[in-house]
Design a binder for this molecule. Structure first.
Ligand code: ADP
Ligand code: ASP
Ligand code: MG
Length: 410
């Protein structure tokens, strides 16, 4: 008998029929003698729909009330799922974040899990019930409902698996596992058998939304292996696990891309101490996460400063920076929302030179201009014009030997 935590994403519970078949799959495992804790997302499109409603109500929805609203999506899913299980003649109990309880920070909309209580879930399991837990939500110290950021149900599942010391943590979704790149834009993407936590962390933070970044951080911290697999088949998926030596043999494991950043350039910034601090301070204060930053060498004491921010913060950032630019007497501020950050990831890069060069050459061959570059030990990212995203992903994928028909090694 095992304690299994499973999480089903939005498309997996997108209709009454789908919720019913998820319930059947869970009951099957329960009948084999396993204890089942099932984390559910809101039905497909529901979270977007709720966000739209809030925006129709007001331009600037109150973050606390927005979280109360968004949490209802997952509430509906767990209730319907528990009904489905009961209608099949088995015992089930739905629990919301605050009932579990999942304690989080107070940052509405992107709260972080601090602690997960297990008493209530264990009581329900002892009563031989299948436990359905609403993903994506928790409560802060004052009892306010919080949500964990888009894709947050993954993190709920991993946090529960860690707290309950579960035998298995499965993330069930609409693809068969973690692929070398997003299979929806690259038909030659290959499903990986395994990927290390660090590579998965990079892939997730560079745009592969198959797992929320926080869920991978949690898994790494508490050493929870994650099995990412399909809701619609029994096939084995991808294991996200600690790094093993043989993983270094592969130079590049995956290609990720992110269309959700925007670029801001401040032209002719006076090149003197304290200027960068002055420009970025209001952004940090407003909680805007600045990603890549490039500053040119100065000419006549003036330099250009370029950086990227999430597209959702673009307008706000632009107006803040325009004000700062005037104060420091920079020439002008330019903005560009039509960019993509394209990245290659692989632990094998640590010990090999020339990987970046190859990526630049491949893009040059297609006449794709690189606007910005950043590197770390296990990743290289380039900012390019958004219209070349798919082409760039495909040619890089092929160049590094990742195509499905190219075998394992690159
Ligand atoms: P869920 O609703 O189950 O949480 P998501 O939509 O959040 O599912 O994540 C699954 C999606 O992630 C896939 O449909 C796929 O398009 C996308 N994706 C992006 N990069 C990858 C990748 N490298 N491997 C697998 N899926 C990826
Ligand atoms: N329903 C939330 C979202 O759409 C959380 C999740 O699906 O993981 O982002
Ligand atoms: Mg998701």
């Amino acid at each position: 008998m095992a304690l299994i935590v499973q999480k089903y994403g939005g498309t997996s519970v997108g209709s009454i029929e789908k919720i019913r078949s998820v319930a059947e799959r869970v009951v099957e495992l329960y009948k084999e003698g396993n204890q089942m804790v099932v984390v559910l997302s809101a039905m497909a499109g529901q979270t977007d729909h709720l966000i739209k409603l809030a925006q129709e109500m007001t331009n600037d929805p109150d973050p606390r009330e927005l979280d109360v609203l968004l949490a209802t999506g997952e509430q509906a899913s767990v209730a319907l799922f528990a009904m489905a299980v009961k209608s099949m003649g088995y015992e089930a109990s739905s629990l919301l974040g605050f009932q579990v309880a999942i304690h989080t920070s107070r940052l509405f909309g992107k709260a972080r899990i601090h602690d997960v209580e297990t008493r209530r879930i264990k009581e329900e399991l002892d009563k031989k019930r299948i436990v359905a837990v609403a993903g994506f939500q928790g409560l802060d110290r004052r009892g306010n409902i919080t949500t964990l950021g888009r894709g947050g149900s993954d993190t709920t599942a991993v946090a529960l698996a860690a707290a309950l010391n579960a035998d298995v943590c499965e993330i069930l979704t609409d693809v068969k596992g973690v692929y070398t790149t997003d299979p929806s834009i690259c038909p030659k993407a290959r499903k990986m058998d395994r990927i290390s936590y660090d590579e998965m962390l990079e892939m997730a933070s560079l745009g592969a939304k198959v797992l929320q970044i926080r869920s991978v951080e949690f898994a790494k911290k508490f050493n929870v292996p994650i099995h990412v697999r399909s809701t619609f088949s029994k096939e084995r998926g991808t294991m996200v696990v600690a790094e093993t030596e043989d993983m270094e043999k592969v130079l590049v494991s995956g290609v990720a891309f992110d269309k959700n950043e925007a670029r801001i350039t401040i032209k002719k910034v006076p090149d003197r101490p304290g200027i960068a601090a002055k420009i970025f301070q209001p952004l940090f204060k407003a909680g805007i996460i600045v990603d890549m930053i490039v500053q040119n060498t100065s000419e006549d004491g003036k330099t250009d400063l370029t950086f990227t921010v999430p597209k959702s913060e673009f307008r706000k950032t632009l107006s803040m920076v325009t004000q700062q630019a005037e104060e420091i007497q920079a020439e002008k501020v330019l903005g560009d929302e039509n960019i993509t950050k394209i990245s290659i990831v692989g632990v094998g890069m640590r010990s090999h030179a020339g990987v970046a060069q190859k990526m630049f050459e491949v893009l040059a061959r297609e006449n794709i201009n690189i606007m910005m570059i950043s590197t770390s030990e296990i990743k290289i990212s380039c900012v390019i014009d958004q219209k070349y995203t798919e082409l760039a992903v495909r040619v890089i994928h092929t160049a590094f030997g990742l195509d499905d028909d190219q075998g394992e090694e690159s």
